[in-house]
Design a protein around this ligand. Structure first.
Ligand SMILES: [Zn+2]
Length: 327
């Protein structure tokens, strides 16, 4: 069973963490601003800042700024109103997927209300805290609520729609929030400061916690929680004055979700490769069967012949039959 993260007072703790993070951010004085990257004479104000571009930490040069500007513009052109869970898995860095596979076994949909879901996940082994909170919002939530069908059918549609996300961990904060902001997929506060030290090449998009959540969105357990949220919002629209419903997960349900085998984290191309291998495996017994029938027939005609060629053939074909049986 995967370590089940605590679901206790997750929203209140998330708000405290976000306030503390915002205070720190407001005091930070080494942020590389969009003005500095974009300005023609930006180097005069950016000179005191450093980057790890090229491996070593050193002062930012005019060439660095040009490169940052080109990368930022390139990323900005890919802007969309949210990304699908599949997009996020496919664009993630292999190292982040590996960390999610090894360290983050569960993502519990802890609190859902009006198109916003808060997931709790365990923290990695080196973390200062014991859990992390991942927020997911859907820009097209209204369309899912109106989807013709049961809440569960609408939940399936919702889970595959473009979404925005945020994680309270430092990996997201320092490496990916800028990328998610520029791409239009950030659900938390915007981050316009270029990650010149932590991620100057702008690699990846999601931390291990977000990754586990993206995969969890494909599971029946999470979809049933989404369905509850949709059902509540449909009902609320039918009764004016009704208070906004908040769906919270029970400890029993959280235990059940955490004890389920974690879903495999696979990019679309990894998935397609696996499907191809499985298709070949499925077709194999038939092929192997007809081949061995041919060999058995040949063996029968060779049986009893004493010449060297027949003996060598007999030995070779018997080996093929044995290896074929093992494969
Ligand atoms: Zn995270």
């Amino acid at each position: 069973m995967a370590t089940r993260p605590s679901i206790y007072a997750a929203f209140a703790e998330l708000q405290r963490r976000q306030e503390a993070e915002l205070r720190q951010r407001q005091q930070a004085d080494t942020i590389l601003t969009p003005e500095q990257i974009g300005a023609r004479t930006g180097i005069s104000t950016a000179r005191l800042l450093t980057t790890t571009l090229g491996g070593q930490r050193r002062a930012i040069t005019a060439d660095d700024l040009k490169l940052f500007k080109a990368r930022a513009q390139e990323l900005g052109k890919q802007y969309r109103e949210g990304l699908t869970a599949r997009d996020i898995i496919d664009q993630s860095a292999p190292a982040d997927r590996e960390r999610a596979r090894e360290q983050i076994g569960a993502a519990i949909p802890t609190r859902l209300t009006a198109g916003a879901a808060l997931f709790t996940t365990p923290a990695g082994p080196a973390s200062k805290v014991s859990r992390h909170m991942v927020t997911v919002t859907w820009p097209g939530y209204g369309a899912a609520v109106s989807w013709p069908g049961t809440p569960l059918q609408a939940a399936k549609v919702l889970a595959e729609q473009p979404l925005k996300f945020d994680c309270d961990c430092e990996h997201h904060r320092y490496r990916h929030r800028y990328i998610a902001t520029v791409l239009g997929a950030n659900a938390g506060r915007a981050e316009p400061g270029f990650p010149k030290i932590t991620n100057p090449h702008l690699i990846g998009i999601a931390c291990k916690h977000v990754m586990r959540v993206m995969v969890a969105l494909e599971s029946a357990g999470v979809r049933s929680q989404l369905a509850q949220m949709i059902a509540a919002d449909r009902k609320q629209l039918e009764s004016p004055g009704a208070r906004k419903r908040v769906i919270t997960v029970s400890a029993t349900e959280a235990d059940r979700l955490a004890s389920a085998k974690p879903k495999a984290i696979r990019t679309t191309s990894e998935r397609e490769r696996l499907q191809a291998v499985n298709a070949i495996r499925k077709a194999m017994p038939k092929a192997a069967g007809s081949v061995s029938a041919d060999i058995t027939r040949t063996l029968k005609t060779l049986q009893g012949r004493q010449d060297v060629t027949a003996q060598a053939l007999l030995a070779a074909l018997n080996t093929v039959l044995k290896t074929g049986a093992r494969a």
